[in-house]
Write a protein that binds this ligand. Structure first.
Ligand code: ADP
Ligand code: 5GP
Length: 187
């Protein structure tokens, strides 16, 4: 059976990480791509687990060496997905999930039209802002930069294969499971 690449995306604070954690705890056979970033680790984040935390120089070197499937800048930092791990998982017959921003997701689709793009939408802008603030991981300037992106992200989300509104967390995780189960049957 062909294995697929799934891309989960949506605005910062919408709950992507939380939804994915719920999904992966119930579906441990799925591989999660670990991205590279130049942003500083948040408290509790571990290099090689949450991200590969790189300096700007090291990140730019990877760009020059064509190591990324896609990369982008988001709210003042670089983020990118390395090709190698993705290729290896697909060759080994493993399903893989990327959790990346909406620009990166559409760039992946251009290169791999078979990739399945899933947009996680907020119930409302106000709820999104509350979640982002309630996480207490960003300063005000960063929160403003992230909120500034929301309108464009919602517009890009219209081009995705699926949209799931993350209102009740358990329902969101079940809906994601149903979407992926349906795609696996098509593979
Ligand atoms: P993202 O990865 O999209 O930036 P997070 O997963 O960090 O977002 O979630 C942002 C905040 O919203 C966290 O504090 C998380 O606990 C909370 N959250 C996530 N999903 C829900 C939900 N369905 N209902 C209420 N709060 C949620
Ligand atoms: P955060 O700083 O909150 O961890 O992530 C900020 C944004 O960058 C999120 O939308 C997240 O999905 C996205 N992101 C994380 N890794 C990558 C990546 O490898 N590529 C792209 N394009 N975006 C990423």
């Amino acid at each position: 059976m062909n294995k697929k690449l799934y891309v989960l995306s949506g605005s910062s604070g919408v709950g992507k990480g939380t939804v994915l954690k719920g999904f992966l705890s119930k579906n441990p056979n799925f591989m999660l791509s670990i991205s590279c970033t130049t942003r500083k680790p948040r408290e509790g984040e571990i290099d090689g687990v949450n991200y590969f935390f790189l300096s700007q120089d090291d990140f730019k070197k990877c760009i020059d060496e064509n190591k990324f499937l896609e990369w982008t800048t988001f709210a003042g930092n670089f983020y990118g997905t390395k090709k190698k791990y993705i290729k290896q998982c697909l060759e080994e017959g493993k399903d893989i999930i990327l959790e990346i921003d909406t620009v990166g997701a559409l760039n992946v689709k251009k290169q791999m039209p078979e990739a399945v793009l899933i947009f996680i939408a907020p119930p409302s802008f106000e709820e999104l802002e509350q979640r982002l603030r309630g996480r207490h991981t960003e300063d005000e300037e960063t929160i403003q930069k992230r909120l500034h992106e929301v309108r464009k992200e919602l517009a890009r989300g219209e081009k995705f294969d699926y949209k799931i509104v993350n209102d009740d967390l358990n329902i969101t995780v079940s809906t994601l499971e149903n979407v992926i189960r349906g795609e696996m049957q098509d593979a």
